[in-house]
Design a protein around this ligand. Structure first.
Ligand SMILES: Nc1ncnc2c1ncn2[C@@H]1O[C@H](COP(=O)(O)OP(=O)(O)O)[C@@H](O)[C@H]1O
Ligand SMILES: O=P(O)(O)O[C@H]1O[C@H](CO)[C@@H](O[C@H]2O[C@H](CO)[C@@H](O)[C@H](O)[C@H]2O)[C@H](O)[C@H]1O
Length: 484
């Protein structure tokens, strides 16, 4: 009979969050064991396995050539139902046959994980693994109800999120969402750090934070000590809400303008940037920092051309666009969202926009994502997203008016952002810098390059959207420059 690692070697490469290639070599690195809560006698053990793939191809030379995956599993007694959700197969474990269930699909895992956070508990490794540890860290003052049921959030996701409903008779019956980070890295996860900082500052522009699970493990990429990082993030779940991507697609498809939502989204973005400036470190702008930002754009340009050679014809014009931004005023560096687009924002009735997923660009290294950056990057990200609405409507429905729709929405977003900054007391030189068109154009090109690479890797049918945008943006910039 197969062992656990045999089973995982077949199953993991089929998962959405798996980043490896055909050359992957998966090996068990460690695990932590959660205490089983409740009276389901079929549960034998709840293990969170850390699996390393040392053959992961380096991405543009900057991502370490090993990936560590977090794989929660529930081992059940052998006669469990093979048609159950999350069924992986049977293995030989501790001298007996056991059924393995993908943890997020098993309520026993969800209940155990929630209890770890709520009780500020600790989970240790299996015998022989004295390094791997997980620590539950509840947000101070948080009131949690009693676990009733759980389900995995459907949809295309980089991580795996579990929604837990609480018992209805509890006072604190708000549902919660537990995001299990699938890929572990040594260092703080900005999703946890930034949303916790915003929630602690009283911001309602992110869901309330319930807590997180942090951990340590032996990591082949860290030689002198165990690695430490975030394993799970727990937040209030906002049920029945729509994200801004869907709302914008609907409006764009039916020809309804999106001016008010785009304007209020700009205001909400300014509000979040202003809070992050207050509660997280900032760095003054210097010519060296500006040069480093532009150098990173040039590096991304060449790395993207290497992967998407059709972009080579735009190289000189993209370099000219970056060079033009050098003469502009730049804002201070601060913590930002980092991968801001319409799909990261929820329209919550009575609460306006709520932002999600502050992990930054999934293809960028963690130290880059944890460093202060230019807030214009987020503005440019959202502008690109309005263009994606138009690109996707043109691609799927041959829409002719979608382009003008996007231009109007982009303008309203920028206006709302400016208004929001002023409302937050940001004025003068800093206000001008945050709205500078040359800096924004450079970041838009940079983002479109990221998107070209992302689409080439994940959705080749969509590659035309960022490619078309790069051509158009560079053309617009040139005619604006020649009219000056
Ligand atoms: N607190 C929440 N309330 C409601 N829906 C949420 C919440 N958090 C996430 N979602 C939904 O889950 C989707 C994926 O969440 P996200 O944080 O972007 O995960 P990932 O990093 O795995 O992509 C979001 O687009 C949203 O639809
Ligand atoms: O949400 P993620 O953190 O997984 O972000 C990645 O995937 C996004 C696509 O799901 C991708 O966003 C791009 O496509 C969106 C439409 O599907 C569009 O709204 C965005 O503007 C565009 O960048 C994102 O870049 C990537 O990091």
């Amino acid at each position: 009979m197969r062992t656990l690692i045999d089973l995982l070697r077949d199953w993991m490469p089929e998962q959405r969050w798996f980043r490896g290639s055909g050359a992957s070599e998966l090996r068990h690195l460690g695990s932590y064991v959660l205490e089983h809560i409740g009276d389901d006698e079929d549960v034998y053990r709840i293990i969170v396995a850390l699996i390393v793939d040392e053959q992961t191809l380096p991405e543009s030379g900057s991502v370490p050539a090993a990936t560590i995956y977090q794989v929660p599993l529930v081992l059940r007694e052998a006669d469990s139902d093979a048609s159950a959700r999350g069924y992986l197969g049977s293995i030989q474990h501790d001298g007996a046959s056991r059924t393995v269930i993908d943890g997020p699909h098993d309520p026993a895992f969800a209940a155990a994980l929630l209890a770890l956070v709520a009780s500020e508990g600790q989970a240790g490794g299996e015998t022989g693994d004295d390094v791997t540890r997980a620590f539950g860290l509840p947000m101070p003052g948080i009131q949690l109800g009693n676990f009733a049921s759980s389900r995995v959030l459907d949809g295309e996701q980089s991580n795996t999120s579990i929604i837990c409903e609480m018992r209805r008779d509890d006072e604190a019956a708000t549902p919660i969402i537990m995001k299990v980070f699938r890929i572990l890295a040594d260092g703080d996860n900005p999703d946890v750090t930034l949303q916790t900082a915003l929630a602690s500052a009283g911001s309602r522009r992110v869901p309330a934070v319930v807590g997180n699970v942090s951990g340590m493990w032996l990591d082949p990429r860290v030689s002198d000590r165990p690695a430490r990082g975030n394993l799970v993030f727990v937040q209030e779940f906002l049920p029945g809400v729509e994200d801004a991507w869907r709302a914008a697609l609907r409006a764009g498809a039916s020809g309804d303008d999106f001016l008010t939502p785009a304007r209020t989204l700009g205001q909400a973005t300014a509000e979040v940037h202003a809070v992050l400036r207050k509660v997280m470190p900032t760095v003054p702008t210097t010519p060296e920092r500006v040069e480093a930002a532009l150098a990173a754009m040039r590096t991304r340009l060449d790395a993207t051309i290497a992967e998407v050679p059709a972009l080579a014809e735009f190289r000189e014009r993209a370099l000219a666009c970056f060079a033009a931004a050098r003469d502009a005023e730049w804002p201070i560096s601060q913590r930002i969202h980092g991968d801001y687009h319409l799909g990261q924002v929820l329209a919550v009735p009575g609460r306006n926009w709520v932002l999600l997923d502050f992990e930054g660009e999934p293809l960028s290294p963690l130290e880059v994502r944890n460093a202060p950056d230019c807030a214009v990057r987020d503005v440019a990200g959202m502008l690109r997203s309005f263009d994606y609405v138009s690109g996707s409507l043109t691609m799927t429905a041959g829409s002719e008016q979608a382009h003008d729709w996007a231009i109007a929405a982009r303008k309203a977003f920028i206006e709302g952002y400016g208004e929001g900054l002023v409302e937050q007391g940001i004025e003068g030189k800093e206000l001008r810098a945050l709205l500078d068109e040359r800096v924004c154009a450079a970041y838009e090109i940079d983002k479109a390059l990221y998107e070209a690479r992302y689409e080439a890797l994940h959705r080749p049918d969509w590659l035309g959207i960022p490619m078309g945008a790069i051509e158009r943006l560079l053309g617009e910039r040139e005619s604006a420059a020649s009219n000056r």
